[in-house]
Design a protein around this ligand. Sequence first.
Ligand code: URA
Length: 434
Amino acid sequence: MSAKDIIEKKRDRGELSAQEIREFVSGYATGEIPDYQASAWAMAVLLNGMTDAETTELTLAMADSGDRLDLTGTVDIALDKHSTGGVGDKTTLVVQPVVAACGLPVGKMSGRGLGFSGGTLDKMESIPGYRTDLSTREFLAQLKEVGLVLTGQTGDLAPADGKLYALRDVTGTVPSLPLIASSIMSKKIAAGAQRMVLDVKIGVGAFMPDIDQGRALAEIMVQIAALAERQAVALLSDMNQPLGYAVGNALEVKEAIATLHNEGPEDFREHCLEVIEQLLILGEAASNEKEARDLALSKLADGSAWDKFRALVQAQGGDLSFIDNPESLPQAPIQVEVVTERAGYLSEINARVVGETAVDLGAGRQKKGDPIDPAVGIMVHRKVGDQLAEGDPVFTIHANDQGKADAAHAELFGALAWSDTAVEPLPHSYDVVK
Ligand code: URA
């Protein structure tokens, strides 16, 4: 079948065969199928969905589009974590060093920003010198010697996903359950992960808006892991309001550094601990959540998690003086406070509006390959449920351009909703799917 026939079949709600999926994926990976046909196909998938069988086949086809990494011999248990994407989601920057400090090596390949959600690679690149393009040989050597690696998809791992991920980012085709599940799981399978925690974000600032869709995504990913003889646990976590206070690359690195110093926002710290608990149990460093949490807290308190983060940054060429003195990380010249125009209880801080505003400021991409401005973003000073007086600051905009700062100021008012009566804080998480 030609690429056009495959697109038309999905447009007309047909179920693609394994062979059609494999042909399309390998054609796109080799460049035979151009971006415009892949975009049309991705939009057809987004609009018409895929069966579980199609999603599984798409995952395996993308995992097979390049090499597969074998971590046996490098680590005892190949552990990994992956988030489905959110706003202010700097979880990996804290979770990975803590888990490594607990004695479990983690080699992780992360992605760039996707739509309104931030990307771990973009965040780490705000540390001058930090390399995100390690070769497979460097990846394996660092994992063995340092116990943690945080880089981009090395060499030829799941190249079909690498291309499709960048394309989806700029063609409105991110929020699709089969495309997200196959993107994440193809990378994890290709990267050799044996046991993984999937952080499935749910809410307006996530690609899955409600619990039912989040659970469906979690279940298909856990099922694909089992089919590929891996073990996955999915945490369903809240993403209605931004995670922590910082949204924007260097701002988020600073917040992660504070958290590794045993400080940081309470909601972000709690979320990291929930992810860490599952990883430590999967990695057999703890037998239950309480034991895992106690171990993690001890590594935050004694500075060993921070030491691991420094070791990671150093191993990947980052300039330690910037993380030892986070105020020297890129800083935007324009900072504008957004203050409330009324008193009341905050009932919403819409994470999507905040994420989109951060992208408009330059923290994310509008077009494939656009440069990122590491300094810009938004500090969110409050959480849902807080009581505010008129004139209290809610956001600080960090911008490099006065026009963009003014536009962000207007946009951010649209993120807030109010109540005159008390509002319950949002939960950190909803469930764990095993
Ligand atoms: N993370 C990924 O790796 N892929 C997606 O599609 C969404 C989040």
